[in-house]
Design a protein around this ligand. Structure first.
Ligand code: PRX
Length: 646
């Protein structure tokens, strides 16, 4: 592992909110006196009715219950907008940078208030009320943020589905939470290419009778299909609506949003986050992790379709009255210099992206970066997957000019906000390590039997105590919530990640230990891709594993057994890859597909993915224990095929 240590630069330390001594002091208090600590920090949010209780949590597998600030009332949109109006109504809230470099906009907090109120009134007029679910299927345009905040304002629960998901994937998510409305746009625009969002929504909605309203933002103006009485144009409806809409008073534990994420089994889970604890945690982590000071220009390149976009483009930054940049496009369009040009154009101070983007840009060489000044940058961030030290160093040296610390932030959709991370003014950095826990977070490394391991060690990562941003349940399936996170190691939250702790107490995330693949920082369940493959008429069986990929971190490796009599051709391979794209979306496309006349199984019929992973990694001599294989010949055959491909 990397031995290099990067101390906190003096300029960073001089303006930082927290130095090392303060981190230690705050951290100690946060674990010794969580009620006192979170009781104080909960006040960073404006409450309509202040809470008198802080933490009320049980991790007992027979009764998992997580409540924070349970008797307080508040509204998330009020915290992101209204409370800033007096002091910073004319300050920019969102800088929007379009796909086309000529397209941009600045939205002040006052503008944001008007847009959000109007859309909230449109939703209300269509009968959407507190507790109803609203699906948002949008490109990265300001209206996506307005939609989130309009839902929050009236107490509706939003469920954002990433614009890259297929009609089927969209329909499944809408049905699972019985959404009553969808907010989408005619098309999206990414890297100069149009994404047929409304057409996808139409296809999905054919199977979603609960949806009574579809609000459509005009983005490209292309011709689209229209369903009278269901579809309404955003611009027409909001223009006619009042720009004043009171905020619904929400209990701290009322749901704020659902976000679907992949697990190791079954269909995606609706991760449910509630209002009070989430807002406290998102805003607090945003301020401390990014050392946010008033006036800083902050850019998180994520999409609002993922949790990073929820917590660190919208809720965290806006709750803090920050200037949050929202980017519609992709890093490579019009060329590989785009990110850096946007940094210069908007004088970005903090830049937060994913290792996959860094690796892709690193491959383009230094020239696209060096064309730009990048002198406004002060802090860099990384999220979504482990960052390999080589990419870290490139990011640090070429982008950050050795001036800017990198915060490698480890967290999950389930955690609502960052759990393990450096703090810029407090933590010396080690490339590839997410370093130390945030306030209140108590990581534990356990072995396969659940024994807690001390000191420098490696094992499975659990968190022993709750933090306010934690998910509360799986929407509609509390039992699945308990089973997934609280039964493997009773009394602890199990993250699904492997982790190493070094001599300095630094944490190094080693990747998933379950059947989840992390593709370009996005989670994909192997079971989902397998289910899609076996839906094809020619496929008898499929097994999917993750394999190392230069840019994506992990790619999707599919082993496919065809029905008897079906010819294994290259054309069929292409067709199957297309099939998965169509069933789930482009992010689920297999990177490799290998024919498997048979799959390695135990005598009880369980597929031995461990062996399939090794074959995909070309580690033929290191397959581990194969004594439980029902038919060892199957493995030799797969190895032969893999070797012959080269
Ligand atoms: O495996 C970890 C990895 O991404 C998973 C969570 O994925 P998701 O819920 O989609 O959220 C991604 C954005 C928060 C984790 O279980 N992961 C996330 N951040 C890091 C990471 N792995 C290593 N280092 C990170 N900084």
């Amino acid at each position: 592992m990397s031995a290099q240590i990067f101390p906190v630069p003096t300029e960073v330390a001089s303006r930082a909110l927290v130095d090392d001594a303060k981190y230690q002091e705050m951290y100690d208090r946060s674990v010794k006196d969580p009620d006192g600590f979170w009781g104080d920090h909960g006040k960073r949010i404006d409450w309509f009715k202040p809470y008198t209780k802080v933490k009320n949590v049980s991790y007992d597998p027979h009764n998992v219950s997580i409540k924070w600030y349970e008797d307080g009332t508040l509204n998330a949109a009020y915290n992101c907008i209204d409370r800033h109006l007096e002091k910073r109504g004319d300050q920019t809230a969102i800088i929007w940078e379009g796909d086309d470099p000529a397209d941009d906009a600045k939205i002040t907090y006052r503008d944001l208030h008007g847009h959000v109120c109007r859309l909230a009134n449109v939703l209300k007029a269509r009968g959407v009320k507190k507790g109803d679910r609203v699906c948002i299927y949008m490109p990265m345009i300001p209206e996506a943020a307005y939609a989130m905040l309009a839902c929050a304002r009236i107490g509706a629960v939003h469920s954002i589905v990433f614009g890259g998901f297929s009609p089927d994937a969209l329909a499944g998510r809408i049905q699972d939470s019985d959404c009553v409305a969808v907010i989408t746009s005619d098309e999206g625009l990414r890297g100069g290419k149009k994404v047929p969002l409304k057409a996808n929504a139409d296809e999905a909605l054919a199977n979603c009778p609960s949806v009574k309203t579809c609000v459509v933002v005009k983005r490209t103006g292309s011709a689209i299909n229209w369903v009278d009485n269901r579809d309404i144009w955003y611009h027409e409806a909001t223009e006619a609506a009042s720009a004043d809409c009171p905020c619904e008073e929400m209990n701290a534990e009322d749901p704020l949003f659902i976000l679907y994420t992949s697990g190791s089994t079954g269909k995606p889970k609706g991760v449910l986050h509630t209002t009070g604890g989430y807002m406290v945690y998102a805003s607090m982590t945003h301020e401390y992790v990014f050392d946010y000071h008033d006036g800083d220009v902050y850019w998180c390149t994520a999409d609002v379709g993922w949790v990073t976009g929820h917590s660190y483009i919208v809720y965290g930054p806006l709750a803090n009255g920050a200037i949050s940049l929202m980017f519609e496009g992709v890093p490579s369009y019009p060329d590989a210099s785009r990110f850096w040009q946007v940094c210069d154009k908007h004088q970005v101070n903090t830049f937060y992206t994913a290792p996959t983007a860094i690796r892709a840009l690193m491959r383009e060489g230094n020239a696209p970066v060096e064309k730009c000044k990048l002198d406004s940058l002060r802090l860099l961030g990384s999220v979504g997957e482990p960052i390999n030290p080589e990419a870290w160093i490139w990011y640090y040296e070429v982008v950050g000019k050795k001036r800017c610390p990198i915060v490698d932030t480890w967290w999950q959709t389930e955690t609502g906000g960052i759990l393990i991370t450096p703090l810029p003014g407090a933590t010396a950095l080690k490339p590839g390590s997410a370093t130390r826990p945030f306030f209140g977070v108590q990581p534990e490394i356990v072995d396969g039997e659940g024994k807690v391991l001390d000191g420098a060690t490696e094992g499975n990562l659990c968190i022993s105590e709750s933090w306010p941003g934690q998910m509360r349940t799986v929407y509609g399936d509390h039992e699945r919530f308990v089973q997934t996170y609280f039964t493997t190691y009773p009394g602890k939250y199990f993250t699904g990640d492997g982790c190493r702790r070094d001599e300095d107490g630094y944490y190094w995330i080693t990747g998933r230990v379950d059947d989840v693949i992390n593709v370009s920082g996005h989670r994909m369940g192997t079971a989902e891709v397998e289910s899609a493959l076996v839906l094809h008429k020619d496929v008898a069986e499929a097994a999917v594993v993750g394999a190392p990929h230069d840019i994506k971190g992990q790619g999707i490796y599919a082993y496919v057994t065809l029905n008897v009599g079906v010819e294994p051709t290259d054309a069929l391979k292409k067709e199957l890859v297309q099939w998965v794209r169509h069933e789930i979306g482009p992010i689920a496309s297999p990177d490799w597909l290998q024919w498997a006349p048979g799959l390695p199984k135990t005598r009880s019929g369980k597929i031995m993915r461990r062996i399939l992973r090794k074959i995909a990694e070309d580690e033929f001599s290191n397959l581990g224990d194969t004594s439980t294989l029902a038919d060892p010949g199957v493995v030799d055959n797969l190895i032969d095929q893999r070797q012959n491909r080269k």
